[in-house]
Design a protein around this ligand. Structure first.
Ligand SMILES: [Zn+2]
Length: 410
């Protein structure tokens, strides 16, 4: 009898342990683990687009269709070095938030500025980088070293080597932060800004109205379009970028490739890519949303900049403005399945920006990390301070995307 009782007790004990773990498992939301990819721009050596080097390798033509973008360099700042160092710091600060000390430090910091998280739920962040340190810094001299830094896949020893976009997709991140510095040759052009790619509807609209420029000029994207030179008027750039988006052909007939075919992912066939582009997930990611346009991508991007600007203001007494966002057919915003912030963190030709960037690298990294946490929980603030650039505080809902983040892998 006693033995039976003991057996029953053991059975009950085991049963309750199983129930306990099962309930734990079912309680865990799918997105408590959040995967972040930080993509420091550039990193390779300068190369011109031809058979031996460049970017945009196009297999059917066995050639590189574009030059390799080395990035900006001025006085004491090299873009490719700065953004890599910043990426390493952001990784450190985000991973710190997985620890109790790191989390509490952030919560106290926010509290000091009357900011409160909408949820006390901890997050578990996993952070990856899309590339290693720059070729110059690592002093890499081997042939074809740029394969590690190209945006798209490229050949190496009779195999196809994965470029940055393929690597980002293989990480299956929820969020990607692409880090850049602007190099506009003007002392007065200063501040941070987001760049973003609209959804297929906008590119479609531009192509449908390409003969009617008055309509394009009235379009909500007109004032935000990224104009890179004086070769065309604004609407010329809108048409150019819509052309390259659909066909890979620029206005002048130069081919930069059908880019969805130039990386390793599920949507390399035209039909699959078109279905993806027309899907509800791409609409949420790239149109509408809290910014009114640009979807969750642009909201995430601008919101991170607002956190940086706000914290630099209240902590360091620095005024760091945010310029109007710029639209184009930017590859990193289109060809990956994650909420993507594409950030220009300052203009290296502006003494003002250069000083802020160099003196506040740690601060900027920490504020970006805090911003990432805050957009995952949402925040509320007691007492508004209207003078300053304030974060909107809205949370980005990852659940509405279902399995989207994992779906790009072939
Ligand atoms: Zn750049």
């Amino acid at each position: 009898m006693f033995k039976k009782f003991i057996k029953l007790l053991i059975a009950l004990f085991v049963f309750s342990i199983i129930i306990f773990f099962f309930s734990k498992l079912t309680n865990i939301s799918v997105h408590d683990e959040i995967i972040i990819c930080i993509d420091p721009g550039h990193g390779g050596l300068p190369e011109y687009g031809n058979k031996d080097g460049g970017d945009n390798w196009y297999e059917p033509k066995k050639t590189f269709l574009n030059y390799y973008n080395y990035g900006g360099i001025f006085e004491n700042i090299k873009e490719h070095e700065y953004v890599y160092e910043l990426a390493i710091l952001i990784k450190k600060y985000v991973e710190d938030l997985n620890t109790i000390t790191g989390y509490e430090e952030m919560r106290d910091f926010l509290k000091k500025h009357n900011i409160f998280l909408n949820s006390e739920k901890k997050k578990n962040f996993k952070v990856f980088l899309s590339r290693d340190n720059s070729a110059e810094v690592l002093n890499l001299t081997e042939k074809n070293v740029n394969r590690f830094y190209r945006t798209f896949d490229s050949p190496h020893k009779d195999k196809i080597f994965k470029g940055k976009l393929s690597r980002i997709n293989s990480i299956k991140p929820h969020f990607t932060l692409s880090l850049h510095l602007n190099f506009v040759e003007s002392e007065d052009y200063r501040g941070m800004l987001s760049f973003f790619a609209p959804s297929i509807e906008t590119f479609d609209y531009i192509i449908k109205n390409k003969e009617n420029r008055d309509i394009l000029i009235e379009n909500e994207f007109y004032s935000k379009w990224n104009v890179r030179s004086r070769s065309y008027a604004v609407e010329g750039f809108m048409i150019n970028d819509a052309n390259t988006y659909f066909t890979g052909l620029k206005n002048d007939g130069r081919f930069i490739g059908r880019r969805n075919e130039m990386l390793t992912w599920k949507y390399d066939e035209e039909k699959l890519f078109k279905d993806r582009e027309e899907s509800i997930n791409e609409k949420m990611r790239r149109s509408g949303g809290y910014e009114g346009l640009g979807g969750d991508n642009l909201y995430f991007s601008n919101e991170i900049l607002r956190y940086v600007s706000y914290f630099l203001n209240v902590e360091q007494n620095i005024d760091y403005n945010i310029l109007e966002e710029r639209a184009s057919d930017f590859s990193v915003c289109i060809f990956n399945n994650s909420i993507t912030a594409a950030l220009e963190l300052g203009n290296i030709y502006s003494t003002h920006d250069r000083k802020i960037l160099l003196e506040n690298k740690e601060n900027i990294a920490k504020y970006i990390a805090y911003g990432i946490f805050c957009v995952n929980t949402g925040i509320h603030k007691i007492e508004e301070e209207s003078e300053k650039i304030m974060p909107y505080g809205k949370r980005i809902d990852l659940e509405k995307y279902g399995d989207y983040f994992k779906e790009s892998v072939k």
